[in-house]
Design a protein around this ligand. Structure first.
Ligand SMILES: Cc1ncc(COP(=O)(O)O)c(C=O)c1O
Length: 416
């Protein structure tokens, strides 16, 4: 089916939950996606941070094909060949002890929220003074299910679904005094995206993260780090919290873990894991053989090919080039990021929308988040030559807009 007929069919048949861009991708190789006409697009978004190894990666393809031929699914009623193998890898790379596998980011986050409640109950049963409230941060994004969305800050995502979980307080991002003021023994958990993604690529400050750790330690509340967007190598370390040297009690991951096959995971310490018993939480598909085989291939490829080092090097190059560009382009307000998680904030939301669309027209895929931020979440295998293509295209588009503005201003002066 061609794009136009798909658009018409979807308009009639699907719930209209997405405003899709008018492109139809039917294949891909490396860091390029191909549309229905065979045109190649440089992909700097990787399906919102998922296609970590790009497209058609031989190791990932082989693992998926082999597992598909063997066995796709049996459910969590039975043991599966790869579950423990994957869990071992996840504990080794995270420094946490135990793993719960599921199918998406929001599911991982739901599991973490439920674990925080179950843990606080466990502590109360031991006679400890600890409540059930969550502290989340302003501009956070943790997903769209009822629990996750209760901790997601943006009003337009939450308000239509009220009443939500009532015991969530939002604290201003990186405001240590506000965090201390909001914290008490009523709190069962502080919830932090180590680097806010949808909120516009904002890393939590060291002071804030450390204060959250200290407060949690003072009562037994859990520090939960959402690494669904920034984890599994994206920033050049396996987890973004490893840049801070601060361990959370629980972390969540999803997007890149299985290279594009749906999967999520929640990881926690041995102590916290005691709060879940058989039957308290679960999912039919979670950790099925196909997703586990894919995730093992992703982790092993990242290790074998020294991809974390590659991300650090390419990400630093990307950030340097963007910072250089910012010096000559007043439309750029700030360049932020770590590894291959990068945001370029413009002063003007309309311009950011125009640039994102025009880059697509130049066959470079990015997106805009938080209105003014151009977001880059490329496949980990991105090379410097691709960075050059992207930065030069961005420079050219910003120059075109600048000259249009100058023309408008000049025109205004003439007529004024
Ligand atoms: C930090 C963070 N948490 C949770 C989610 C939700 O993940 P999913 O869309 O897989 O449910 C996202 C998705 O963008 C995310 O970026």
């Amino acid at each position: 089916m061609k794009l136009e007929s798909l658009q018409a069919a979807e308009k009639k048949l699907l719930l209209q939950t997405y405003e899709r861009n008018p492109y139809l991708f039917t294949g891909g190789k490396g860091v390029y996606l191909h549309d229905e006409n065979g045109d190649a697009y440089l992909d700097l978004l990787s399906g919102i941070g998922c296609s970590a190894l790009g497209y058609g990666h031989p190791a990932l393809e082989a693992a998926i094909i082999e597992q598909t031929k063997k066995l796709l699914h049996t459910s969590n009623l039975f043991f599966q060949e790869h579950t423990a193998e994957l869990a071992l890898r996840l504990t080794e790379i995270s420094g946490l002890d135990r793993v719960y596998l599921c199918n998406s980011g929001t599911e991982a986050w739901e599991a973490a929220m439920k674990l925080a409640r179950a843990h606080s109950l466990m502590l109360r049963e031991e006679g400890r003074n600890i409540g059930t409230k969550f502290i989340a941060l302003e501009h956070s994004f943790h997903g769209r299910t009822m629990g996750s969305v209760s901790t997601t800050h943006k009003a337009k995502y939450r308000e239509p679904f009220a009443p939500l979980i009532p015991t969530v307080d939002f604290v201003a991002f990186n405001d240590v005094a506000a965090l201390r003021a909001a914290f008490s023994t009523d709190v069962c958990s502080i919830l932090i995206e180590t680097i806010q993604g949808e909120g516009g690529i904002h890393p939590v400050s060291r002071e804030f993260f450390a204060a959250a750790r200290e407060l949690c330690d003072s009562t037994g509340a859990l520090l939960i780090a959402d690494e669904i967007q920034c984890g599994v190598g994206r920033t050049g370390k396996w987890f973004a919290y490893q840049h801070y040297g601060i361990m959370p009690d629980v972390t969540t991951l999803a997007k890149p873990i299985a290279g594009g096959v749906p999967m999520g995971a929640m990881l926690c310490t041995e102590e916290v894991a005691k709060a879940f018993h058989p039957g308290m939480h679960g999912t039919t598909f979670g950790g099925n053989p196909l997703a586990c085989a894919a995730a093992i291939a992703v982790i092993d490829t990242i290790k074998r090919d020294a991809i974390l080092e590659h991300i650090t090097e390419t990400g630093t190059y990307f950030l340097d080039r963007l910072n250089d560009l910012a010096k000559s382009k007043p439309a750029i307000k700030e360049v932020r990021g770590l590894g291959l998680m990068i945001g370029v904030e413009l002063h003007d939301a309309t311009l950011a929308g125009d640039i994102a669309r025009e880059l697509m027209e130049h066959r470079i895929i990015i997106n805009r988040t938080s209105d003014t931020v151009l977001r880059f979440l490329p496949p980990y295998i991105l090379e410097k030559k691709h960075v050059d293509i992207a930065v030069e295209a961005l420079a050219e588009l910003l120059s075109i807009h600048e000259s249009k503005n100058t023309a408008v201003l000049a025109g205004g002066t003439t007529h004024g």
